[in-house]
Ligand binder design. Structure first.
Ligand code: HEM
Length: 487
């Protein structure tokens, strides 16, 4: 077989890849070491910034198969027919740690899906928890600062974490989930995934229905205790997923939705757009709509998993957002992050590129070029690059008014201002309900984990946290207090 010739990045054959050109055997290098310089220059640029959150993760490709047509609720093309299949890319992650931190941190897990539909990419960028710590995007940077490393010591700092939570009773529900026996999933295959936010479907009659995604693991739920997490390989969850797919043991999830009509949303006792609350299943039962399976590992971790760009605003006709104030902030944040982290043309990289034709008038910029994923390459071409134009009858792209989303209803006659709902909001009932659902050993694991962290916080923080636990359930607070006194 003919050997492949090593070349420079511009294709010139390379004569020697072991020895630079030097002035004599022991002398300095010369300026004609083009190949050495190219190698060193490329090496300096090999890293891109890691994600500011969810830096540590692993991804794989798979398939979404519809088991119930949703054509009554949405025009979303990939949800129309039973048996219809759509290729997806999934990435699971921890939140707070850096790229090489442990897979087994006590932390929510990201559960991000990219559906390559024939009407564009639809991203579901969720977590393994149905709620979140916050209900307004303005708080996200402060929250993340308190959960990541202390700027002075560069170490995790439970005192900072609890100081944030002491000032934010709205976090109590998610804190209860995080500190519970579900706080450290034993693998990415053994956890559920949730959109957490409310989104909306809209149909061909212009009717909007609110919904949430719930992906239930068909492998069941498995978690680690604190001791098991410390003993495990820090990269165990990544290894587990890659190995399972390599041996053909494809992990899968049953996709369910909860739905709420506009009228129910108007009348329901809980704000359906508050990310710190669940929709009780008794009132809004889960409805199975499909199956998600992961069946193909990436070929190159950097090119695919690291450069994958998920954005909650990657929506397709038939799926809309909701007024959730966290989601609204996220609709802006992610593509802005991608332009910084990956580059202005991140959407042209194969893992992010749509599998359907892409036609627009945007041109040039970093990494612009002909993308191999596009058969129909109308971008970065000689074609007309402005709109409107006189070539719309000969192939220049035009907008499609039929995919105009119906108007988003605003419930009240509203003033545009800052609304503080915290004072009279019920932060405690759902956290208390969750605590009361636990058996004795789950309660004791939860309260021990909290006590071991809270004891490191100031007395004032401890007191404010105990007040919150007490409002959820007196037993919740009593247990934590008595464990703390014994530490
Ligand atoms: C206003 C609140 C939030 C902001 C501003 C925010 C911002 C970000 C940013 C900037 C990234 C990195 C994106 C990248 O570089 O590719 C990210 C990643 C991520 N976020 Fe958020 N986030 C918020 C809340 C949430 C919530 C509530 C969830 C889940 C329900 C979530 C799930 C994720 C996931 C899963 C990733 C990783 C996606 C991947 O695998 O690439 N985030 N977030």
């Amino acid at each position: 077989m003919n050997k492949k010739i090593l070349t420079t990045a511009t294709g010139s054959p390379v004569s020697d890849d072991d020895n630079s050109i030097s002035v004599g055997e022991r002398g300095p290098l010369t300026f004609d070491n083009h190949h050495t310089f190219e190698k060193l220059a490329h090496f300096n640029r090999e890293r891109i910034p890691e994600r500011v959150v969810h830096a540590r993760g692993t991804g794989a490709y798979g398939t979404f198969t519809v088991s119930r047509s949703l054509n009554d609720l949405t025009i979303a093309n990939f949800l129309q027919k039973v048996g219809q299949q759509t290729e997806i890319f999934a990435r699971f992650s921890t939140v707070g740690g850096g790229q090489d931190s442990s897979d087994y941190a006590r932390d929510p897990r990201g559960f991000a899906l990219k559906f390559y539909t024939i009407e564009g990419n639809y991203d579901m960028v969720g977590n393994n928890t149905p709620v979140f710590f916050l209900r307004d995007a303005i708080k996200f940077p402060d929250f993340i600062h308190s959960q990541k490393k202390n700027p002075r010591t560069n170490l995790a700092d439970p005192a900072m974490m609890y100081e944030f939570w002491a000032n934010h009773p709205q976090s109590l529900h998610q804190v209860t989930i995080l500190m519970s026996d579900r706080g450290i999933p034993a693998s990415y295959r053994h956890m559920h995934g949730f959109s957490s936010h409310t989104f909306s479907f809209w149909n061909d009659k212009g009717e909007r229905t609110w919904f949430k995604w719930h992906f239930k693991s068909n492998q069941g739920i498995k978690n680690f205790t604190n001791a098991e997490a410390i003993a495990a390989s820090p990269f165990g969850a990544q290894q587990d997923l890659v190995d399972a797919i390599d041996r053909g043991d494809f992990p899968s999830w049953t996709a369910n939705i909860q739905i709420m009509t506009q009228q129910e949303a108007n009348e329901y006792r809980i704000n359906p757009f508050d990310l710190t609350k669940v929709w009780p299943h008794a009132d809004f039962p889960l409805q199975e709509v499909g199956q998600l399976e992961l069946n193909r590992n990436v070929v190159n971790y950097f090119a695919e998993t690291e450069q994958a760009c998920f954005a909650p605003n990657n929506l397709v006709p038939g799926i809309g957002a909701s007024p959730d104030k966290m989601l609204q902030g996220r609709l802006l944040a992610y593509q802005d992050a991608h332009r910084y982290r990956v580059g202005t043309n991140a959407n042209q990289l194969p893992v992010n590129a749509a599998k359907c034709p892409v036609h627009h008038y945007q041109r040039d910029g970093a990494m612009a070029g002909v993308c191999p994923a596009h058969g129909d390459m109308n971008i970065q071409s000689a074609d007309v690059n402005f709109y409107p134009n006189d070539q719309i009858n000969s192939g220049a792209p035009v907008p499609s008014p039929m995919v105009e989303e119906p108007p988003m209803p605003i419930l009240e006659k509203a003033w545009v201002k800052r609304y503080s709902v915290d004072a009279d909001e019920d932060h405690y009932s759902q956290a208390g309900d969750l605590f009361r659902l636990m058996d004795d050993s789950q309660k004791s694991q939860l309260t021990t984990t909290i006590a071991e962290g809270l004891v490191l916080a100031t007395e004032s923080v401890q007191q404010r946290m105990l007040d919150q636990f007490k409002k959820a359930d007196a037993d919740y607070a009593d247990r934590i207090q008595s464990i703390m006194s014994a530490l």
